[in-house]
Design a protein. Structure first.
Length: 652
């Protein structure tokens, strides 16, 4: 892993921030009849005149320049200047304006960020000194619930399929005598790690306190757990099954009279869905290995079995590819004066990081020891600006006059299916991906390719004529068909977002992540695709918890609190081809570990409950179990969001 301190960033970059007093900026926001207006008042508090200056900021909203303002943009990064070229003298101020649709800014996390000012070669810090964004009162959803849980299950999350409780409890074995088969050893190592204690080496004692035995009749992740006065018995058929049993044992641990204990009971448990995933976006903001390792521990604790690792996007490329060092040298970094400009509040200094081949091996090994498979995502053909900018001679079509704009405001972020270099790049990258990741699945994205793409490319026109294609979307199908064959030859299965089926060239056994809602789930399942349900907003953990403007999060698909995430089934009634469920944590707003934890918990637990238990019919009981888990997470140093309707203080 390559991630650097602020001092190292500064030493690597030719950019330096002038150590003057920061310039002050105030924002004024107004809703007008058919538009919104954002005024930016910049005051020159320095002792020097600013010539040919530009105000830089990041804003994920559709805006254009207002009165007396000139604007250029790349993605979220805006560069603003006055239309008057006169210098800004000390003590003077200048007002710039941005115009957008009604409802441009609806919550505090919508505000621009990453402010700085450039004047020639000089760069100056800009501090936001205030804004007048109106904060409407929160409207708390009213839910009608039964007052008590329907069942008295033990506090497992996700809930077990079958529980037979006995009376009494037994002390927790501080140093148990272990009688375990080889398949159970990774699970026991993880259990000891989570308990932060050491146990004796595995023993063949017939009277072990903790016994792990094989039962080949059980399904891959199924297990049995029996706790009695005499012993603790774990039975499973695979290492993954023992990991699930260990997670339950860890959660069942309680305190009685100040000492750890276990309830006497018998569990027979298995997953409802075979695919239970969490997607983490590491392209928008880089997350270090320690964060990923903790994330994998949390996934194992809540019985998720696939880590969908979003490694590439417009804003950065995070995976070291030996054949293309430019991807790590150029594509992994953003900053003023870098090939990739600042985005999403990252600021003017060199910012980013990448995962080396050694890092990937560590993540894959760590995940496997917890019964988790890593699913890398290389997002194509859209969301590719970082790799195109890193490899322009290979991936850019100089004759392409197509005009388009992606949802994230990029107009140059799509691979060209008509270029031979695209296939050379894709084959080379995927060959290394297949070597690095031993799991079955490779996710190739295929989402959000904008309208208008490829229409001005002669290379694409010739490809369409040669293949008899009638629609530009057929070109995406052509590219994905090639990639699917390449992966299949190496024993891998392509996975894509729901737009991957456009062009109708993928095999019908291709797993598809349905993210736009129940209609997409029905349509894809009816067409024969195995469906992984991850609909926004209830499976999008980056969306806001509520409509309160102080609550952070995106809101293009609405908001969803824990109860909304829990109550609605991931699959409409009667839908076949239900492969599994996934929660998506996109990274636009996750510039810190603290922000990641706040958005991740507790809503991830609703996905875990549905994925393993397959039911959402006992909200009071689920809420009680969530409260118990939040207490546990806090004791381990995690900073989750609480269950109160309004709670934003722990996010920033």
């Amino acid at each position: 892993m390559t991630t650097l301190s602020l001092e190292q960033y500064e030493s690597m970059s030719t950019l330096s921030i002038h150590s003057h007093k920061a310039l002050g900026l105030r924002l004024s926001y107004a809703e007008e009849q058919q538009q919104s207006r954002l005024a930016l008042r910049l005051e020159n508090s320095l002792d020097t005149a600013l010539h040919q200056w530009r105000l830089h900021l990041d804003l994920q909203r559709d805006v254009h320049a207002g009165t007396a303002t000139v604007m250029t943009r790349t993605g979220s990064h805006l560069c603003l200047a006055p239309d008057d070229p006169a210098p800004l003298l000390p003590g003077e101020h200048c007002c710039l304006q941005l115009i957008g649709p009604p409802g441009l800014l609806q919550r505090l996390s919508d505000l621009p960020g990453g402010y700085f000012l450039s004047s020639g070669e000089a760069v100056y810090e800009v501090q936001l000194q205030g804004h007048d964004l109106p904060l409407r009162p929160a409207v708390t959803p009213v839910h009608t619930n039964a007052s008590q849980p329907q069942t008295a299950r033990p506090g497992l999350l996700p809930a077990a399929q079958s529980v037979s409780a006995a009376s009494g409890s037994r002390p927790w074995p501080v140093a148990p005598v272990i009688d375990a088969v080889a398949e159970a050893l990774p699970a026991l190592d993880w259990l000891q790690f989570m308990l932060d204690q050491s146990w004796p080496a595995a023993s063949s004692s017939e009277h072990g306190t903790l016994v792990c035995a094989l039962d080949a009749t059980l399904a891959r992740e199924a297990y049995r757990l029996a706790i009695s006065d005499e012993r603790i018995l774990l039975q499973a058929a695979t290492s993954a099954g023992f990991c699930r049993a260990a997670a339950s044992l860890l959660q069942l641990r309680e305190t009685q009279n100040g000492k750890p204990a276990l309830p006497c009971l018998q569990l027979e448990d298995r997953p409802h869905y075979r695919y239970r995933a969490l997607m983490l976006d590491c392209a928008r903001h880089f997350h270090d290995l320690d964060t990923l390792f903790d994330l994998l521990d949390w996934m194992a604790l809540y019985k998720l079995n696939h880590f969908h690792w979003h490694l590439t996007d417009d804003e950065a490329w995070r995976l070291d590819i030996a054949a293309y060092p430019q991807l790590r040298e150029i594509g992994a970094w953003r900053g003023h004066g870098e090939v990739l400009p600042p985005q999403l509040g990252s600021g003017p200094l060199r910012y980013g990081g990448y995962y080396s081949r050694e890092d990937v091996a560590l993540v894959v090994e760590y995940a496997a020891a917890r019964g988790i498979s890593v699913v890398p995502e290389i997002d194509i053909p859209g969301h590719c600006r970082a790799c195109i900018e890193a490899l322009p001679d290979l991936l850019r079509d100089p004759g392409d006059s197509s005009r388009y704009c992606s949802v994230q405001f990029f107009d140059d972020n799509v691979l060209n299916p008509g270029l031979p270099g695209t296939y050379e790049f894709l084959d080379t990258v995927l060959a290394e991906v297949c070597e690095l990741f031993p799991g079955q699945y490779v996710h190739l994205g295929a989402d959000e390719v904008p309208e208008g793409v490829w229409l001005g490319s002669e290379a694409c026109r010739q490809l369409m004529q040669r293949e008899g294609y009638r629609d530009a979307r057929d070109l995406q199908g052509h590219l994905l068909h090639h990639a699917q064959a390449f992966l299949a030859a190496r024993g891998k299965t392509l996975v894509g977002w729901e737009e991957a089926v456009q062009g109708n060239r993928l095999k019908r056994n291709t797993p598809i992540c349905a993210w736009t809602g129940d209609e997409a789930v029905r349509r894809l399942a009816a067409a024969g695709y195995p469906v992984i349900s991850c609909p926004a907003p209830r499976a999008y953990l980056d969306t806001a918890w509520s409509d309160d403007p102080r609550e952070p999060g995106l809101h293009w698909a609405g908001s969803a609190d824990l109860e909304a995430c829990y109550r609605q089934s991931p699959f409409p009634a009667g839908v076949a081809n239900a492969m599994g469920v996934q929660a998506n944590l996109w990274g636009e707003l996750l510039a810190s570990r603290k922000q990641l934890e706040y958005m991740l918990f507790p809503r991830l637990l609703a996905t875990a409950e549905w994925g393993w238990h397959g039911k959402g019919d006992d909200w009071p009981g689920f809420r009680a179990r969530v409260e118990r888990q939040l207490d546990y997470l806090r004791r381990r140093g995690v900073r989750p969001r609480g269950l109160d309707p309004v709670q934003v203080s722990s996010y920033a």
